[in-house]
Design a protein around this ligand. Structure first.
Ligand code: CAA
Length: 288
């Protein structure tokens, strides 16, 4: 199936943005990857190359890694997005930053282009309100690691049109992913369920119910999760987990979503999980 969009732009070269860029380019898109940090762009290129190498070695992609990489341009100016038919914002989970990116992209993109966000919990309707194209704004929420995980959550904002939804649904299917549809409420479907579980695992550790290793082993062997909740939190990023809990707490106004103080302390201490070398576990010399 040919891709619905030939030219795609991705904003943010972190683990989600680089994974999304990789998958879109693998399926034939000419991809522009933007970040404010030149270092983040270079890191993204290296991780895309490594991931493509692994997938090619196992015969899981038909295109060669060099062919896919040749379709990805690293850009440091958002104005380079003027020709893209679809822009996917995958910046840090911060409302004011995302609002700024949305209003900038709204000015740069052609009026027919679609503006999607990979936000894991922030209101699509609120971001759409920063643009003059709310019917062309949609949530396109990939899961980490993007090249491996099958699911993409599609979220319609209050004014997202059927045409926009259909266009991104076609894109998801043509990249061999499977969509689910969520209404625009805090955390959508996956994070509304996943994050309270991770937060509860933090409380279990905080209250001394068990060690991190036992909590994770319990959920791995007891419920067949591929990773325990604390290990998964380190993998996602503790700052992202905390940001999502805050969105759930504020959005629903319900104390059941209050973030565990231990999660907050770890984030304040700069222990953000794998990406910072320490979270619930220490990654400098293997797991604690
Ligand atoms: N690129 C290419 N290949 C990759 C990869 C990547 N980025 N990451 C992992 N792989 C491959 C590995 O090479 C390996 O391949 P083989 O089985 O063919 O050898 C395979 O995936 C499995 O990897 P590992 O052996 O290293 O480890 P694993 O068996 O534990 O699998 C995992 C890793 C796929 C990440 C698995 O642990 C898993 O599914 N974990 C849960 C992930 C999850 O829940 N993600 C959702 C997070 S929530 C989210 O993303 C939403 C949000 O908004 C926060």
């Amino acid at each position: 199936m040919a891709l619905a969009f030939k030219e795609i732009g991705v904003v943010g070269a972190g683990q989600m943005g680089s994974g999304i860029a990789q998958v879109c380019a693998t399926y034939g898109a000419n991809l522009k990857l933007y970040d404010v940090s030149a270092e983040a762009l270079e890191k993204a290129r290296a991780s895309i190359e490594k991931s493509l190498g692994k997938l090619a070695e196992k015969g899981k992609i038909s295109a060669s890694p060099s062919e896919v990489l040749s379709r990805i341009s690293l850009v440091k100016d958002l104005k380079d997005f003027s020709e893209v038919g679809l822009a996917i914002e995958a910046a840090t989970e911060n409302l004011s930053l995302k609002e700024k990116i949305f209003s900038d992209l709204d000015r740069i993109l052609d009026s027919k282009s679609i503006l999607a966000t990979n936000t894991s919990s922030i209101s699509i309707t609120r971001l759409a309100a920063k643009t003059i194209r709310p019917e062309k704004v949609v949530g396109l929420h990939f899961m980490n690691p993007v090249p491996i995980m099958k699911l993409v959550e599609l979220i319609s904002g209050q004014r997202t049109s059927r045409e926009t939804l259909k266009a991104v649904e076609d894109l998801v299917r043509s990249m061999d992913k499977i969509e689910i549809h969520s209404k625009d409420y805090p955390g959508f479907i996956v994070n509304r369920i996943l994050m309270p579980m991770i937060n509860e695992a933090c409380f279990a550790l905080f209250e001394g119910v068990g060690t991190a290793a036992d909590i994770d082993q319990g959920m791995k062997l007891g419920t067949n999760h591929p990773m325990g909740p604390l290990e998964l939190a380190d993998f996602i990023g503790l700052d992202t987990c905390l940001a999502i809990m805050e969105v759930l707490y504020q959005g629903f106004g319900d104390s059941k979503y209050r973030a565990c103080p231990l999660l907050r302390n770890l984030v304040e201490a700069g222990c953000l999980g794998r990406k910072s070398g320490r979270g619930f576990y220490d990654y400098s010399g293997g797991k604690a």
